[in-house]
Design a protein around this ligand. Structure first.
Ligand code: GLC
Length: 506
């Protein structure tokens, strides 16, 4: 605390002095640049490299870095200080101080830690009662935990003397930060110009609670009730959509899809009502981290111009997973949460037909127990054809992305999806269903295969088409090249976010 205050105080004195004495040209330029830097605060429940349970964390970590790299933004990120945050990082965090956060009748300790990485300042909200538990979510009091987190985000602003131009909230866990800002805090002078952007990474998880909890847990009363009330319960995502200046989703196609009841999990009337402030921006991936030439997790490195070592990756993968070492048999892989909306209903419907062909199938992921059991059983029955790895393992995922030939992602819905892009980067050709970000990122024959209906036999047909094309080595390596060289970096999407921020700040 002392450090921040002193720095802020020193800055004030410095500013006074320089205004009274003549500024040098360099000082002027520096002052102008720092004045011009727009302040962006990401509010999210996870971020790489500290803690990750899914694609959200990758986007928070890599988009913030890409924006900071433009030199035009002061980008900061705030997440909870979970006990699972990697020790190697935790040990390097700086303790800034603490304060107490009020929420309804509660008055809770809030410690603040910080860490600077790749030009981005990360803040971590510490409260052991809420966050000293394994994992990030899935507790009976998640509503209370993220209400505390969201409230803390607003409370630490005076402490840090940092009021962002745009507070960019991600998913339901950060929805209350936007709601509290626009209902309570915006009446205070320092908060009145903060614009709120809310990004939906997955509309399936909305933060729904019983209306009884409105005052006791969320500290929302009276005339604000209508903002978060939906279908006779509290819906935090709905509240954020209503209050924010703009909201977005992680692909243009998904922005269209969620206007439709098939994709919206009940929120389509709210999306249509607020359509005028909705944008879809396709995620990028961290192309430094996912680089087949440099990735140290791979058995061997290769480049899009020379895929020779990809054969080594394949051979070693087969060896490691106990599959016969057959260089000409296509390996079809899935790295996915094992849940129904990832298209596993389609896979389970036809996989035994597919296993009659000359193919090998590799599965990696955890999820619903019936899918986990199903794939374990299948691996037992087809030991030479299928390897089921029911774990969450980043190292193995990269070995699978690089060592397989075809990547299957037949999602029923997919807000963006990062795996299809990662597979491409390793020269592994994706087969996707045309939905959300899969539709926006994979184009038939350009960099992969697609099918449109959520139908198991349509999928099987396309898989067989790809396996047959795979035999034509010359054409296949051209396809691999096109997949591996598709530009999935943040360069385009970060520009789209910049345009959106600037538009909001007009
Ligand atoms: C969610 C979505 C996924 C998206 C990711 C990052 O996990 O389900 O499609 O890629 O968020 O935005």
């Amino acid at each position: 605390m002392a450090t921040t205050k002193t720095t802020a105080a020193t800055k004030k004195t410095a500013t006074k002095k320089t205004t009274t004495t003549a500024k040098t040209a360099t000082q002027k330029v520096a002052a102008k640049q720092s004045d011009e830097k727009k302040k962006i605060l990401f509010v999210a429940s996870e971020s790489t490299p500290f803690i990750a349970t899914g694609g959200l964390a990758e986007v928070i970590g890599s988009l913030s870095k890409a924006l900071a790299a433009t030199g035009k933004y002061d980008v900061r990120v705030v997440i909870p200080l979970y006990s699972d945050i990697k020790k190697e990082y935790r040990e390097q965090f700086t303790y800034l101080g603490n304060l107490y956060v009020h929420l309804a009748w509660r008055n809770q300790y809030c410690g603040i830690f910080s860490y600077v990485k790749d030009g981005v300042t990360f803040y971590f909200i510490d409260n052991e009662f809420y966050f000293k538990r394994p994992g990030c979510y899935g507790y009976y009091d998640d509503g209370e935990r993220f209400a505390f987190f969201s409230r803390s985000v607003l409370e630490i602003m005076p402490f840090l003397n940092f009021y962002p131009d745009v507070m960019h909230c991600h998913d339901w866990q950060a929805a209350l930060a936007a709601i509290y800002l626009k209902t309570n805090y915006c009446f205070r002078e320092e908060y009145q110009y903060i614009r709120a952007l809310f990004t939906i990474h997955n509309i399936e998880y909305q933060g729904q609670y019983s209306l009884d909890l409105l005052g006791d847990l969320f500290d929302i009363y009276g005339s604000y009730q209508y903002l978060v009330e939906y279908n006779n319960s509290i819906n935090l995502m709905k509240g954020a959509i209503e209050v924010c200046e703009r909201f977005s989703t992680v692909s243009p196609r998904y922005a269209e899809e969620i206007k439709d009841p098939y994709y919206a999990h009940g929120l389509d009337p709210i999306i249509r009502k607020n359509e005028f402030k909705l944008t879809g921006i396709l995620n990028g991936i961290d192309d430094v981290s996912y680089n087949c030439a440099l990735d140290s997790h791979l058995f061997a490195n290769f480049t899009p111009d020379n895929f020779a070592n990809k054969a080594v990756c394949k051979k070693e993968l087969q060896k490691m997973l106990g599959l016969p070492e057959k260089p000409d048999t296509p390996i079809i892989s899935m790295v996915s949460r094992l849940v129904s909306h990832k298209g596993l209903d389609l896979v389970t419907a036809v996989i035994e037909d597919l296993l009659q062909d000359d193919v090998q199938v590799v599965i990696l992921g955890t999820g619903d127990s019936h899918f986990e059991g199903y794939f374990r059983d299948l691996a037992y029955r087809y030991p030479d054809k299928l390897s089921a790895n029911i774990v969450f393992n980043g190292d193995l995922s990269r070995k699978i992305y690089s060592g397989s030939d075809i990547f299957l992602m037949p999602s029923k819905s997919e807000p963006c999806g990062l795996s299809q892009m990662i597979a491409c980067r390793y020269g592994t050709v994706p087969i996707v269903r045309e939905t959300g970000g899969l539709y926006d990122s994979i184009k038939p024959l350009e960099n992969g295969y697609t099918f449109s209906n959520y139908n198991a036999h349509d999928m099987l047909y396309v898989i067989r088409e790809a396996c047959s094309d795979y035999k034509n080595k010359k054409e296949w390596s051209k396809l691999m090249y096109r997949a591996a060289t598709t530009d999935f970096s943040w360069s385009h999407s970060a520009k789209d976010y910049e345009a959106l921020y600037l538009d909001m700040l007009k």
